[in-house]
Design a protein around this ligand. Sequence first.
Ligand code: 3HC
Ligand code: NAI
Length: 712
Amino acid sequence: MSGSSPVAYAIKDSVAVIRIHNPPVNALSAAVRAGLVEAIGRAEADPDVAGIVITAEGRTFIAGADITEFGKPPVSPSLPEVIETFDATRKPIVAAIGGAALGGGLEVALGCHARVAAPHAKLGLPEVTLGLLPGAGGTQRLPRLIGAVAGLKIIAEGKPVSPAEAKALGLVDELADGDLLQRAKTKARALADSQLRRSRDAANLGPREAFEQEAAALGKAYPDNPSVAACIDSVRAAFDLPFEEGMVRERVHFRHLLEDPRSKALRHVFFAEREAARIPGLPDGISARLVNKAAVIRAGTMGGGIAMCFANAGIPVTVIETGEDALQRGLARVAQTYDISVKRGTLKPEQRDARLKLIEGKVGLQAAADADIIVEAVFEEMGLKKDVFGQLDRIAKPGAVLATNTSYLDVNEIAGATSRPQDVVGMHFFSPANVMRLLEVVRGDKTAPDTLATAVQIAPKLGKVPVAVGVCYGFVGNRMLAARGKQVERLLLEGALPQDIDAAITGFGFRMGPCAMGDLAGLDIGWRIRKATGARAPVADALCEAGRLGQKTGKGCYLYAEGDRTPHPDPEVTSLIERIAAEHGITRRAIGADEIVERLIYPMVNEGARILEEGIAARPGDIDVVWLNGYGWPAWRGGPMFYADQVGLGRIAMRLEEVAAKTGEDSLRPSRLLRRLAAERRGFTSPVIEKSSVGERPLGFRDALKPQETRS
Ligand code: 3HC
Ligand code: NAI
């Protein structure tokens, strides 16, 4: 075997050990597939070899097919062809699974005659999360081996199982506490003299009725999901068709799904999330500061949730309030939230107790003195924030990271209240902070690289997906949300009702429409901001003036029955909207769902383009990650910027021009970047040769996307 092959071959004690080394996760690239076929052939031909072990270097066994190869011309041997060679061999093959065996990785293991797993391994077929189905025999082998019901669940839900669960299911033959390779070799030798059992020949499907019941339940749980439907259809083929024909059925579905825009979107999300964690402009090898202790300022809605994130990560955290009453109220809310998880069965009582023990309540900022990271979550008011940071400057230990959870305010101005702006960064959590996955990490002009690295690197420990953003009003997410909110107002005046708008947006794939969302968060939040900035939103202002603040007052855009969160359309709201439209001289008309979607989404895309031009976000994928994890953008639509590329930027620019002309709203005119890309018939995801309009910024779209020369 050539020295550069990612598959090594060695014989020890009459066992051929085939070792895959393809960092970072041993994905099944073309070279790995070819190496496997060659190695199996060599072992088969060697009379000194009694058995074969397949193992892998590093943290994972095999993470699956190489996702970067999807969409490119296929290179043989294909993975099903590789695994066919396992079936044809006369020598036993044992998989030594020392880490994640996912997707094609588990299919390789299923092609072996036995599987031995280390205790920290995990086994799964996550293809559905990429909008696919297992495409190398998983849908045919797994159900035959462990039963159609258990197999279908693993395939259609995409959740990995632990080695212990896998052992109980019959997916794994042995658990190896000690030397995994040794155990696998022993197993291979033991099988050498016995009749070889191939997973394709196993006959454990179980009763058909039970499978159909499970299939119906999954179909209901995942309606309109083409990959779940394909999983069900393929597993059903295991009952109806011989193995080879079942393989063909699976392959047809796989090829079909590979071309489905929904799968393309989900694959984009996979890579965008990983890319977001790499911050352009951060010097290589910069290390984060050590965080052993945290403090959170104030125990309000956000403060309590943020404290829980630290406790969940095992980091002791002090929650600081101004008075004993507010402190006790905040801590009680935290305990209550944990209790609900215990009641739901998602948290064990002892886990709750351990986490609560890590949260200490204190009155007075002095209690932040020993914290390595301090997250401020006081009321959204600049004067208050500057006062708190001024005090923290005197109290915090040298080198502590001083983070603000502000949703909109200028992080540079907040940093200016301290003598150590290099230690100040924004950490914008989303509500509820213990649940939502997004963390916007706001980089100020003077934020030091290791401060930024600390915020970014602690995010995954807190269960968050970090996205680095620059300073502007509302950063990435809320700035685009505001662009959408402005159009909600316009549509209400032009003829739509809250229920029309929400139905269009939920039809697009969001779980909740903007009007129901406004009622949930409280319409007074925006009202307060508008009053402070002198902005007007005639409908929302009138709702608030009428005491309709949302769910908390029993009415907002909708009406709510006592103790019930179901929004009911309210004729009073219709009259109020009609009255205001008349006052503005607007003749209302019927507006269809498609127009609503265009009118709400395209301005967001336009704002996203401005955010890129200004260098507030480094890459279009970062904006997508923000909307996917913070605002419930449907994953299968890939995020607003990916979606825009699918629609075509030419169409978006044209529609924006039309609406801008009709409404006289200048902010709707396509941004420079959008116009330029549309004219060149390109999308956001292709490299952009664009000079930033605002000079040097810490993060730059053009910095991130090379080449960056300016074109004349
Ligand atoms: N193909 C190509 N690249 C992959 C990959 C894959 N299957 N899985 C991970 N990577 C890359 C990531 O993009 C990342 O690259 P980067 O460092 O350049 O950003 C790097 O490997 C490390 O990945 P993570 O940051 O995710 O590392 P973790 O240690 O956090 O997680 C993991 C490891 C659990 C293996 C996780 O990477 C994972 O879940 N991978 C995807 C698994 C999957 O979906 N497999 C199914 C693929 S489809 C398939 O197999 C089809 C078959 O049925 C024919
Ligand atoms: P909150 O009002 O629940 O609590 C913040 C703290 O401010 C509490 O201690 C409260 O007692 C105190 N407070 C309330 N009114 C005050 C006033 N008029 N003057 C001084 N103190 C007052 O606030 P929340 O929602 O936790 O917000 C805190 C920070 O988090 C703000 O910067 C906000 O913008 C940000 N944020 C809020 C999100 C949300 O959805 N609520 C989401 C993301 C960030």
